[in-house]
Design a protein around this ligand. Structure first.
Ligand SMILES: *Cc1c(COP(=O)(O)O)cnc(C)c1O
Length: 433
């Protein structure tokens, strides 16, 4: 057996909300002016009510609207693969499985939440969405999603990616979105950086500030975030819910679940439905591993405290592992992993010891990516390749110990828009960590 496909009718019809299963409550976002929890009215300036409700929901299961399911079914359910060639190549007794989120039209897991967010904004009377994008995946996912619901989409794209990844920009524009390199001269937040250095490489944090500023200033416009928030983690659980069914069909339960972490959404999407078993008192030995770049080591080196979600200080304070909101990571090729913080839900579970974390250098990650491409065939996104690296390392450990561990990782996206990074690696020109 090489892969397990589910019929279209088996798309999950409910999202799993892990919040009510936490052993202790999540610390609420705080208003930096008052030091008190943020009022729903303030959030209402940039988010629609149904998403604010999901953000604080204590319901374990939340129905997925029919209109959202219809769009998701363009590519879902996604396959679960058994990486047999990779196992043979590594000569490991481990069994390696991966969930293939690279098959969505934008090429990553991100449309799972983009579609839901576009829908809820549409039914709340919103006409335009603004957002930021790092590597371009989120911008393309939102641009893809908004067209199904007749919304306009303006994307502030981190400048280093705008320059390095023209094809993502073109993809956003192909789906009807508008792309602006950030920091830009169009917002107050952008001008602070732009006026000092028009070639400033930018960061996700700065781009977030720009998108929020614009959304807060216009009634017809809301802001949309591709990761970090509770409702984004929620929407991504379709990944793990499908994977659970598929693993069951394969006759296995994972010993180790692995995902790359930028803001935490693809990782949470795969891991939370399995972690829910552990939180309910089952599967005590389940290992869940978050993988990050050493260039942006949020979980492995960050501090667990309240910090701003953006660089300028426009967002509420959120309790998370953070490298500091003014941290500007070096321009590595896994642009989607260059965020100074992580999702509060992921951070909480990490802090409580339900999740472990590991960081890798770019060169080790690309080595793993090449191994994967040359055995399994798919060229992974540099972000996803972090998970591939850890899966390979686990499998190699099993070769030493003889353990037949079942390893499951998330292939969060493909790397066909990242070929210039592959080119650099192949030519031995990949610089830095
Ligand atoms: C955006 C992205 C990530 C990182 O974001 P998360 O919210 O941590 O999932 C990882 N992989 C791919 C392919 C991405 O596009």
């Amino acid at each position: 057996m090489r892969k397990i496909l589910l019929p279209e009718g088996e798309i999950p019809r409910r999202w799993l909300n892990i919040t009510p299963l936490l052993p202790e409550p999540l610390e609420p976002p705080l208003d930096p002016e008052t030091g008190k929890p943020v009022s729903p009215e303030k959030l209402g300036a940039i988010f629609p009510e149904p998403l604010i409700e999901q953000e604080v929901s204590q319901e374990e299961w939340i129905d997925i609207p029919e209109e959202v399911l219809e769009v998701l079914s363009l590519w879902r359910p996604t396959p679960l693969h058994r990486a047999k060639n990779l196992e043979e190549y590594l000569e490991t007794p481990a069994k390696i499985f991966y969930k293939n989120e690279s098959l969505s039209p934008p090429g990553s897991h991100k449309p799972n939440t983009a579609v839901a967010q576009a829908y809820y904004n549409k039914i709340s009377g919103i006409r335009r969405l603004t957002t930021e994008t790092g590597a371009g995946q989120w911008g393309s996912a939102l641009s893809f999603a908004t067209q199904f619901f007749d919304l306009e989409c303006r994307v502030f794209m981190v400048r280093v990616s705008y320059n390095q990844k023209p094809y993502r920009r073109i993809l956003i524009e192909t789906w009807g979105g508008e792309v602006i390199p950030s920091p830009s001269p169009y917002t107050e937040a952008g001008r602070r950086f732009y006026e000092k250095d028009p070639d400033h490489p930018g960061s996700l944090g700065i781009a977030i500030s720009e998108a929020i500023e614009e959304a807060a200033g216009r009634k017809d416009t809301n802001y949309s975030l591709g990761s970090v928030l509770n409702h984004v983690m929620l929407h991504q659980t379709v990944i793990g819910l499908e994977a659970k069914k598929q693993m069951e069909e394969a006759g296995f339960y994972p010993d180790v679940v692995i995902g790359a972490v930028g803001g935490g959404s693809n990782f949470a999407g795969l891991a939370f439905p399995f972690l829910a078993d552990r939180l309910r008192g089952d599967r005590e030995h389940l290992e869940v591993v978050a993988v990050e770049p050493t260039a942006c080591p949020t979980l492995t080196k960050g501090e667990y405290r309240y910090d701003f979600g953006d660089s300028v200080g426009l967002t509420p304070l959120i309790k998370m592992y953070t490298l500091g909101h003014d941290f500007v990571p070096p321009p590595i090729h896994a642009g989607g992993l260059r965020y100074h913080g992580d999702a509060p839900l992921v951070c909480k579970l990490y802090n409580l010891g339900f999740i472990s974390a590991v960081a890798y250098d770019q060169s080790e990650v690309f080595e793993a990516a090449l191994t994967f491409a040359r055995t399994e065939g798919i060229v992974p996104a540099p972000e996803s390749a972090h998970a591939v690296r850890k899966a390979i390392d686990e499998a190699l450990k099993c070769r030493e110990t003889g353990e037949e561990k079942v390893i499951l990782f998330n292939l969060s996206g493909h790397g066909y828009f990242d070929l210039s990074a592959y080119d650099k690696f192949l030519r031995g020109e990949l610089k830095g960590t």
